[in-house]
Design a protein around this ligand. Structure first.
Ligand code: ZN
Ligand code: ZN
Ligand code: FE
Length: 755
């Protein structure tokens, strides 16, 4: 007895070799029918015996291709159509665009084998790919995902490639970027001035030059990288000066796992993520005395490592046989470059060589960054490999929501039905180039998916470019505008990622976010649920001298705190004496003369100030540098903490400063004090959480906010809370920093639509 089914497979199932996979499965299980892509996903019309259909369905789930992420399989009975074969039918456009754009996938094992096989027709071909790997998101101009809608449309496949492309049993069946040396993209080597160099083996040539200390601008998958030998101080210094990036750590690409383990301590999960098809930068504890230049990650105990993820990387790293700096090719704080002409203009005479190619990057994207905490991957920068993938909300939104996020590490999020698409990372939107990049991708994604928002969500901050944009969009579309407090958005980003919509105790430790009372928040404890969170405790307000200047120069905050504690005696303090040379006396007096605004409860700024008080850093060159170096210094075995009297559950920063001064007078070392300050914050969280639990009976704690990127603080807080019986939720796939804000905002917009 033949049975007929219509199977709809939703999730990331297009552009990952899903149809040929279904074809081969159907072949194996003697199923007749068709498979097609439509905008909802992959549709299979299947006829076979009850048993073969059941096995077929089981294998769809079990054996799906490596890049596929199945979210849902719907199997319905269908009228019998008496198919006598199994066919793949071409895509067609449909009104409702629900299909998912697949992210880019790192080169697969099969392709690497062919790449290195002398007998293969793609031996050493830098653009080898198949349905299991290769560019996707970066080359897609429209959906459905077919070759004409990609930047590969300008290359006409040769007969051999076309045969592969048309053969359902071939690994390259409908591999949209399929190409070979005869018909596909090619590389081009240029010198420092942009003149073409004709060398037989450009990759070997470049690899030799890199060994000699040369700088290379390398066009990759999502944009340009600047590359040099990671062991060569002089070369690393040159990259830093091009990027105008003094201290911020640079990522390193290594040829293989063996080299990776020479540079850093890697656990099982680190290796798993390094090897994954997303292939992000993994942050791991660096090994002392490795060959790497100390200029790669100065003053830090971590290093960012990744493995080759394109065939070009594989070829280059195989020849080079060592660690290469692989940092996005752009001046610090601007979007990654993706056009040959822009790179040639910007880096002319600055780098020694350009290795370009002629496959256009339609949407540029940065490398993603991940840190593993207790076997949980925390995505800190969500970009290549992870976007644009979908998040399940766990409930259905009645409206289409567009949330525009914050300002730093910006992202946007669309919500439709029960799914959210979180955009890639865009950096600081106060930079107009970043804002343009953000707008460009916003429009691209809106068009691809056909989103028509009926609700726009933004931050409370009146001056964020995203707030202004949200006001414009809501006026243009005449739709609802919702403003969400920054830390409530942080906490909901963590809770909703885990589909947790019950009451919780929410702890937001953060840099800065606009508070409900107009002050700058960043050390807040709430209770409640969804957007009905009530603030119950915070770090007592202290003064943030000169607003943004204070963020770049933590000594100002340190001084104002010191002055509050010591009064005029602060001017005769040891701390001032140490700074006689570096900071003019007048600057101290200027700080005192400023109006005492704004006030802040920011834990990030408090830690910055402590870093200055402990003489670790007075001025920063990248976001949170002082606090990060304070964490690096902390004695990780120190268990002591300061007793801070809790009045109204708040943490009093002045008491903390008093304790630090006492300790310094006693001659306690900075690494001890640093640890104790962190431990004090963790204790405070525990104390407040216990009070709330006693009163309200809530046992779940949600942690979010950029300051929880601090490993020592996060691990300590987790330990204390768990030891005391709390269930703790924190961000994993949605960044815990401001890249998570748009998702939290979108969730609140969607939740409100249910009312
Ligand atoms: Zn492949
Ligand atoms: Zn070809
Ligand atoms: Fe934040």
């Amino acid at each position: 007895m033949k049975v007929s089914k219509r199977i709809t497979i939703k999730g990331i199932v297009q552009g990952v070799g899903f149809r040929p996979f279904i074809y081969r499965l159907a072949f194996r299980h003697s199923i007749n029918g068709t498979v097609s892509n439509n905008s909802s996903g992959v549709i299979v019309e299947a006829e076979g015996t009850e048993k073969s259909l059941a096995n077929f369905l089981k294998d769809i789930k079990l054996k799906a291709p490596r890049g596929a992420k199945i979210k849902e399989i719907i199997c319905e009975s269908a009228p019998t159509r008496h198919f006598n074969s199994f066919k793949i039918v071409p895509s067609r456009k449909e009104e409702k665009r629900e299909a998912f754009i697949p992210p880019d996938i790192a080169t697969c094992g099969d392709c690497i084998k062919e790449l290195l096989d002398k007998r293969d027709r793609r031996f050493r071909y830098p653009f080898i790919n198949c349905t299991n790997c290769g560019p996707r998101y970066t080359i897609i101009k429209d959906i459905p995902y077919d070759r004409p809608a990609t930047t590969m449309n300008k290359f006409v496949m040769c007969d051999s490639c076309e045969n592969e492309y048309l053969d359902p049993l071939n690994r390259r069946f409908h591999a949209q970027p399929n190409a070979c040396p005869n018909c596909g993209p090619s590389i081009e080597l240029l010198d420092s001035e942009g003149n073409k160099l004709h060398v037989a083996e450009p990759i070997s040539f470049v690899s030799r030059k890199l060994k000699e200390g040369a700088l290379l601008a390398l066009k990759g998958l999502g944009g340009f990288h600047l590359t040099c030998d990671a062991r060569n101080d002089r070369a690393v210094e040159r990259i830093r000066s091009i990027k105008k990036r003094r201290d911020k750590p640079l990522a390193v690409m290594v040829p293989d796992m063996e080299t990776a383990t020479e540079l850093a301590f890697l656990e099982k999960k680190d290796k798993e993520i390094l090897n994954s098809c997303e292939s992000p930068i993994v942050l791991a504890k660096k090994k002392e005395n490795s060959s790497i230049s100390p200029l790669i990650a100065p003053y830090l105990d971590e290093i960012g490592i990744m493995l080759p993820y394109t065939p070009l990387h594989h070829l280059l790293l195989k020849e080079f046989k060592g660690p290469l700096v692989m940092t996005s090719g752009n001046p610090s704080g601007t979007p990654i470059l993706h056009k040959n002409e822009d790179a040639l203009k910007l880096f002319r005479s600055l780098v020694d060589y350009f290795l370009l190619h002629n496959r256009d990057i339609h949407i540029r994207i940065d490398d993603s960054v991940i840190r593993i905490i207790q076997s949980t991957p925390m995505i800190l920068r969500r970009a290549r490999g992870y976007t644009p993938s979908l998040m399940d909300l766990g409930f259905k939104s009645k409206t289409t929501v567009l949330a525009l996020g914050g300002m730093l590490k910006a992202t946007f999020t669309f919500v439709r039905d029960d799914k959210a698409i979180v955009s890639q990372y865009f950096g600081d939107l106060s930079n107009p180039d970043n804002l343009n990049f953000y707008m460009e991708v916003l429009e691209h994604i809106r068009k691809l998916y056909g989103f028509k928002p009926d609700c726009v969500v933004c931050d409370l901050h009146p001056d964020y470019p995203t707030t202004i944009l949200a006001e414009q969009i809501s006026a243009e579309l005449n739709c609802r505008l919702i403003k969400v407090q920054h830390h409530i958005a942080h906490l909901m980003s963590a809770a909703a990622e885990h589909n947790f919509y019950e009451d919780f105790i929410g702890v937001a430790l953060d840099g800065t976010g606009y508070g409900l009372d107009g002050n700058i928040w960043g050390g807040e404890i709430f209770w409640g649920k969804e957007d009905k969170l009530k603030r119950i405790a915070h770090i007592d307000y202290f003064w943030l001298p000169t607003g943004d200047k204070g963020i770049e120069e933590p000594w100002r905050i340190a001084f104002s705190l010191l002055f509050n504690v010591l009064g005029d005696k602060a001017l005769e303090s040891n701390w001032i004496a140490i700074r006689r040379k570096s900071i003019p006396v007048n600057d101290f007096l200027k700080v005192l003369a400023l109006s005492k605004h704004p006030l802040t409860s920011s834990s990030g700024r408090l830690l910055d100030a402590v870093a200055s008080l402990l003489n670790i850093r007075d001025k920063i060159t990248y976001e949170a540098q002082a606090a990060i170096e304070l964490e690096t210094l902390a004695d990780k075995h120190e268990e002591g903490f300061y007793y801070t009297p809790i009045s109204n559950l708040n943490l009093n920063p002045y008491h903390l400063i008093e304790e630090i001064l006492l300790e310094q007078n006693r001659g306690v070392a900075a690494h001890k004090i640093s640890a104790r300050v962190h431990n004090t914050l963790a204790r405070w969280i525990l104390n407040v959480a216990q009070k709330i639990r006693d009163e309200k009976g809530i046992n779940h704690v949600v942690l979010s906010g950029g300051v929880f990127q601090n490993r020592y603080l996060l691990l300590n807080t987790l330990k204390l809370l768990k030891e005391n019986g709390f269930r703790v939720i924190f961000n994993s796939t949605i960044p815990i920093n401001d890249s998570g804000i748009s998702f939290g905002q979108a969730v609140i917009g969607a939740l409100r639509s249910r009312e």
